[in-house]
Design a protein around this ligand. Structure first.
Ligand SMILES: Nc1ncnc2c1ncn2[C@@H]1O[C@H](COP(=O)(O)OP(=O)(O)O)[C@@H](O)[C@H]1O
Ligand SMILES: Cc1ncc(COP(=O)(O)OP(=O)(O)O)c(N)n1
Length: 496
C-alpha cells in the first residue's frame, strides 16, 4: 500500500456542535495524528455532552454532491465513516465508495450515542451490514458488534473476541473489537482478522482504564485517528499501537478541558499542550492513596507514633535506612549525570551529597551503641535494585519518578508523626528526639523542589514515558510501605 506522510483523510459523518463527537471530533483526531482532514456531513445533530436533542438529515443527493466535490478535486488517502443515519444515506455512500475506491476505508458503525439516543434508524441495520463489504476495518463497540451479528452484546472479553472473529469471517473484513464497555480496571481492544491480513489472527492492545466520565466521542476519535495513521504507516497493528497511546493520553487529560455538564470530550491535542505543572504529581499522589493508608496502618508506624515500638525494630529500621541511603545516593548521582539542565543536575548532586553527609551521619549517631546488622535486608535490596535498574534500563524520566517517593513519603510520614507526637506533649517519648529531626523544613523544601522537577520532566515527556514514570513511582511507593514493615518481618532473624 502506498503511504503518505501527511495523508488526506475524509470523514463522512454527522455533526456535534459541542465539538466532542462526529465530524468535529474526527477533524481534530485527523489533525492530531498528522493528517489533513476533510469532512462531508451526513446529518446535522443538535447535541451536547448531555445528549441528542434532534437530528436533521439533508437529502442523500446533497451528500453525494459534497462527496463528489471532494473526490473530483482531491486525492483521498483514507476515509473514515461514522454516523450515517438512514439506509438511503448508506446506499449513497456505498455507491460513492465503489466509484472512488479509496485505499483505506474505516467504518465506525455508529448506532447509539453514550447518552442512549439512537443515531441509526433501526430499519437501516441491514444496509449498514452490507456496507461492510467496502470496509478495510470496522470498529464496533460491544453493543454494535452484537447488532451487526444479530446476537446479544458480549458480556465478557472472550465472547467479544469470538464475535469479532465471526464478523471478520462473515464480511471478509478486519475488525477492531473494543472493550471500553466491559467492567474492569483495563480497556482491552483487539484487531481480529480470520483471513490472514494480520501477523496473527488476534492482536491485543490493553491500556489501563482512565478514571474519567469524559469519554464523549471516544469511538469517533479512535476510528478517525486509525484511518489517518494507517494511511501514514500502511500497518494496522502499528497504527493501533500509536493511536491507543494517543487516545490514552487524550482520556488522561480530558478533565482539564471542562467542557459541558455531561460526558465531556477527550483532549485531542494533549500532546501539543503541556499539562498543568502539578497535574502529574497529583495523579501520582492520588494513585498511591491506598499505599499511604497502608503505611499509616502498619504496626511499625503506629508504635513509632505512640512510643511502644520495640527497640530492636527501631534499630533494624535505622540500620537498613543507613544502608539504603548509601545506594539511594548513587541513584541520585545517576539522575544528576542524566539531567538535561544544569539546575536539575545540581539539585540531584546536592541530594546525593546530603544522603551521605547529613542523613547517613544522623543515622550513624543514632546507631552508636546499638547492635545491628550491616547487611542489606531483603526489602532494602529489592528497593535498591528497583532504583538502580530505573537508572540503567529506564530513562531519566523513569529514574526521577522512582526516586521521588523516598523524598515525598518520608517528608509526609515525618510531618504527620511529628504533629501527632507534638500533639500528645509526651516528654518521655522514647523516639521523641528522632521524630523532632524527622519533620525538617529544609527537607520539606527539597521535597517540594524534587516534586516540581518531576512535574517539569512529565510535562516534556511522551504519554508512554509518563505511563512508565507513574509505574516507577507506584513501585517505589510500594517499597516504601514494605520498608516500614520490614522490621516486623526481619529484625528478629537478623539478630540471630
Ligand atoms: N475510560 C477509558 N480509559 C481508557 N480507554 C478507554 C476508556 N473508555 C474507552 N476507552 C477506549 O476508547 C475506545 C473506544 O471505546 P468504546 O467505549 O468501547 O467504544 P465507543 O466509544 O464507540 O462506545 C477503545 O479503544 C477503548 O478501549
Ligand atoms: C454525530 C455523532 N456521531 C457519533 C456519535 C457517537 O460517538 P461515539 O464516538 O460512539 O461516542 P459516544 O457515543 O461515546 O459519545 C455521536 N454522539 N454523534
Amino acid at each position: 500500500m502506498k503511504t503518505r506522510s501527511i495523508p488526506r483523510v475524509l470523514s463522512i459523518a454527522g455533526t456535534d456542535p459541542s465539538g466532542g463527537a462526529g465530524i468535529q471530533a474526527d477533524l481534530k483526531s485527523i489533525a492530531a495524528n498528522g493528517g489533513y482532514g476533510m469532512a462531508a456531513v451526513t446529518a446535522l445533530v443538535a447535541q451536547n455532552t448531555r445528549g441528542v436533542r434532534s437530528v436533521h438529515t439533508p437529502p442523500a443527493a446533497f451528500l453525494l454532491e459534497q462527496l463528489d466535490a471532494v473526490s473530483d478535486d482531491v486525492a483521498i488517502d483514507a476515509v473514515k465513516i461514522g454516523m450515517l443515519g438512514s439506509a438511503d444515506i448508506i446506499g449513497t455512500v456505498g455507491k460513492w465508495l465503489v466509484k472512488t475506491a479509496p485505499a483505506v476505508v474505516v467504518v465506525d458503525p455508529v448506532m447509539v450515542a453514550t447518552s442512549g439516543d439512537r443515531l441509526l434508524e433501526a430499519s437501516a441495520e441491514e444496509a449498514l451490514r452490507s456496507l461492510l463489504q467496502h470496509a478495510d476495518l470496522v470498529t464496533p463497540n460491544l453493543p454494535e458488534l452484537g447488532v451487526l451479528l444479530n446476537e446479544p452484546a458480549a458480556q465478557d472479553w472472550e465472547t467479544a473476541l469470538a464475535q469479532g472473529r465471526e464478523l471478520s469471517r462473515r464480511y471478509d473484513v478486519t475488525v477492531l473489537v473494543k472493550g471500553g464497555h466491559l467492567p474492569g480496571g483495563d480497556c482491552p481492544d483487539a484487531l481480529v482478522d480470520v483471513h490472514g491480513r494480520l501477523a496473527e489472527e488476534t492482536v491485543e492492545f490493553r491500556t489501563e482504564r482512565v478514571a474519567t466520565a469524559n469519554t464523549h466521542g471516544t469511538g469517533c476519535s479512535l476510528s478517525a485517528a486509525v484511518a489517518t495513521v494507517q494511511a501514514r504507516t500502511g500497518d494496522w497493528t502499528e497504527s493501533l499501537k500509536q493511536v491507543k497511546d494517543w487516545l490514552y493520553g487524550a482520556l488522561l487529560r480530558a478533565d482539564e478541558l471542562e467542557v459541558g455538564q455531561g460526558n465531556g470530550p477527550i483532549h485531542h491535542f494533549h500532546h501539543h499542550v503541556a499539562p498543568p505543572r502539578s497535574a502529574f504529581s497529583q495523579q501520582c499522589w492520588d494513585r498511591t492513596a491506598g499505599l499511604r493508608k497502608g503505611i499509616f496502618d502498619l504496626p511499625f508506624i503506629r508504635q513509632l507514633a505512640d512510643g511502644t515500638l520495640p527497640e530492636a525494630d527501631f534499630a533494624y529500621y535505622l540500620a537498613q535506612d543507613a544502608l539504603y541511603l548509601a545506594d539511594y545516593s548513587r541513584a541520585l548521582a545517576r539522575a544528576s549525570s542524566m539531567a538535561p539542565t544544569a539546575a536539575e543536575q545540581l539539585f540531584w548532586a546536592k541530594g546525593a551529597y546530603n544522603c551521605i553527609e547529613v542523613e547517613a551521619a544522623l543515622h550513624r549517631e543514632w546507631l552508636t551503641g546499638r547492635d545491628v546488622t550491616d547487611r542489606q535486608g531483603p526489602v532494602t535490596k529489592q528497593y535498591v535494585d528497583h532504583l538502580l535498574s530505573a537508572g540503567t534500563s529506564g530513562g531519566y524520566a523513569e529514574l526521577v519518578a522512582a526516586v521521588i517517593p523516598c523524598f515525598w513519603l518520608y517528608a509526609h510520614v515525618g510531618e504527620v508523626l511529628h504533629a501527632q507526637y507534638r500533639g500528645t506533649g509526651a516528654a518521655d517519648h522514647p523516639y521523641g528526639a528522632w521524630l523532632d529531626t524527622y519533620a525538617d523544613e529544609e527537607f520539606a523544601e527539597a521535597t517540594r523542589q524534587a516534586v516540581g522537577i518531576m512535574d517539569d520532566v512529565a510535562a516534556r515527556s511522551s504519554a508512554e514515558e509518563r505511563r512508565r514514570m507513574l509505574a516507577a513511582f507506584e513501585e517505589s511507593s510500594l517499597y516504601e510501605l514494605r520498608f516500614f514493615d520490614a522490621p516486623r518481618l526481619y529484625a528478629a532473624a537478623s539478630a540471630e
